[in-house]
Ligand binder design. Structure first.
Ligand SMILES: Cc1ncc(COP(=O)(O)O)c(C=O)c1O
Length: 503
């Protein structure tokens, strides 16, 4: 009786799940090599796909794909009702001729994405349910929407719609509506000490798109990006999903530690910074560090992406001029937004690019989503040129100053043992540091079901560890609600601290 060849002797698989080579392809190679090397001789019965999936800890679809390919190339036969066998005659060219790389057959079951798509698929991302309904106390980054001059906005919008012509409905300049770019350039010069002409400004869909455009044009897969640690997670996600290597840079009371950055990665491609109002720590980068960063960019050919997200929300004195305004070499790209000074759903922001990058940035924008809505841009331009914007900003500064005082007072009165907030200027958020030992994710898990939307500082960290803290968005809350919420927060957190201490 002829000897029956079985598969059992062939168990040595070396499948590497971290390899870039698809799993079905690795399994195909393993089996093919075993067939050609005689370890799986002709006539040998291969296990059923389900069985092999168990042995190899691969999915059944992966095994089926590998089998499909081996069948297509004649290495194995599938006999209905009987099983799968190594073919009695192997493909001639494989046995006698040079190695030919087999043409991959289409894997009909895999849901193949780009590397960036795979990174996006794997990325954890916090998603708050929309307001109203979702948790809302201390929601980070939320401006005082209740104070927005809706009547003025409605009037200006009505006027624009009444004047709308056929031209209004057509595509417009991808770079942005010229009168709006002029108004932004004027505002940046006066309020932020930026130096730019309207020709350097691209109107974007919020500063998030400005960050995405900068990444697309300046940062390749594998490039190093100097990144504040802790830092703004949605900017980090842009660079991470693009495959950049993020280099964590510590932030202290003088902001982004340039010396540490230069030591860690002198040849980084880009530094992402929030110098005027660091997110989340709210510190301001000192002038000497700003100069040092500009010096690094100039001497090492690096780019600086200055995210000036909440810089206008400053209540006293003049802020330090934007980095962009003191950059003599055109190394800084400046991202700004109307999300915090107007309202977040407006989705209008801007990117100020060095003159030689503008055309490329505009092309990138055009390929992404062409332009921001024309009527909205025109209304925003009217809002600025008619003086409503400057008036609204002035009023908001007073409102935010009062809300921040309310927060500091409430913490002093109701939670001095639980929350520690540094005396800092400006912004819409504050970090409240928790007692050492209390984890911020645990605190957020206890607070969220009670309607709190504050974020854990750990979510902003690139390196784990460090003291736990809560990012409290106070800008969107009334003074009364701030006081009541801190009292409630203290009641929820206090038992967690006692548990931590007694453990
Ligand atoms: C530092 C920073 N950059 C960018 C953004 C994105 O804002 P937007 O796209 O609404 O302008 C935010 C949002 O909170 C932010 O905090």
């Amino acid at each position: 009786m002829p000897r029956r060849h079985t598969f059992s002797s062939f168990m040595a698989f070396s499948i590497d799940s971290s390899s870039e080579e698809p799993l079905h392809r690795q399994l195909y190679n393993e089996l093919r090599t075993a067939i050609l090397g005689g370890r799986l001789p002709t006539g040998c019965r291969l296990p059923a796909s389900r069985e092999l999936a168990q042995v190899t800890r691969l999915s059944r679809n992966t095994v089926l794909s590998a089998y499909d390919q081996l069948i297509a190339e004649g290495y194995i036969d599938s006999r209905a009702g009987s099983g799968t066998y190594v073919a009695s005659t192997l493909p001639d060219q494989v046995l006698t001729g040079p190695e030919i790389e087999p043409v991959p057959t289409l894997d009909r079951t895999a849901r193949r994405l780009t590397r960036e798509g795979e990174r996006l698929r794997a990325m954890p991302f916090r998603k708050w349910p929309p307001l109203p309904g979702g948790p809302m106390f201390f929601r980070a980054g939320l401006p005082a929407l209740d104070q927005f001059p809706m009547d003025t906005w409605r009037r200006l919008t009505d006027k624009r719609l009444r004047l709308a012509s056929v031209k209004t409905l057509a595509y417009d300049e991808p770079q942005g509506y010229r009168p709006l770019r002029e108004a932004i350039a004027g505002h940046l010069a006066a309020a932020r000490g930026a130096r730019c002409s309207p020709d350097q400004i691209l109107v974007c869909s919020g500063s998030q798109q400005a960050i995405a455009l900068a990444q697309r044009v300046l940062v390749d897969e594998g490039d190093q990006v100097l990144f504040e640690d802790p830092g703004y997670f949605a900017a980090r996600a842009v660079f991470e999903t693009a495959g950049a290597r993020l280099v964590p840079v510590p932030v202290d009371e003088d902001g982004f530690d340039v010396a540490a950055a230069v030591q860690a990665a002198p040849n980084a491609k880009l530094a992402y910074v929030t110098p005027s109002h660091q997110n989340p720590l709210c510190v301001t980068m000192s002038l000497s560090r700003r100069r040092a960063l500009l010096h690094w960019a100039e001497t090492h050919g690096g780019w600086i992406l200055e995210d000036d997200n909440a810089s206008e929300c400053r209540y006293r004195g003049r802020p330090l001029a934007a980095l962009q305004g003191i950059d003599p070499h055109g190394r800084v790209l400046y991202a700004g937004t109307f999300s915090k000074v107007m309202f977040s759903a407006l989705r209008l922001g801007y990117l100020v690019a060095p003159p030689d990058l503008v055309a490329t940035m505009v092309r990138a924008r055009e390929l992404m989503d062409r332009q921001s809505p024309g009527i909205l841009q025109a209304v925003m331009a009217d809002f600025m040129t008619e003086g409503h914007f400057a008036r609204h900003l002035r009023r908001m500064r007073t409102v935010y100053a009062s809300r921040l005082s309310a927060l500091m007072r409430a913490v002093r009165d109701h939670a001095p043992d639980l929350l520690e907030i540094a005396e800092l200027e400006g912004g819409l958020n504050r970090v409240a540091w928790l007692p050492p030992g209390l984890s911020d994710t645990e605190a957020v898990a206890a607070l969220q079901p009670e309607g709190f939307a504050c974020l854990p500082v750990s979510e902003f960290r690139l390196r784990p560890g460090g003291r736990g803290g809560l990012v409290l968005g106070f800008g969107g809350m009334s003074e009364e609600s701030i006081e009541a919420s801190i009292r409630r927060m203290a009641r929820i957190l206090r038992p967690l601290v006692s548990v931590e201490v007694s453990v």
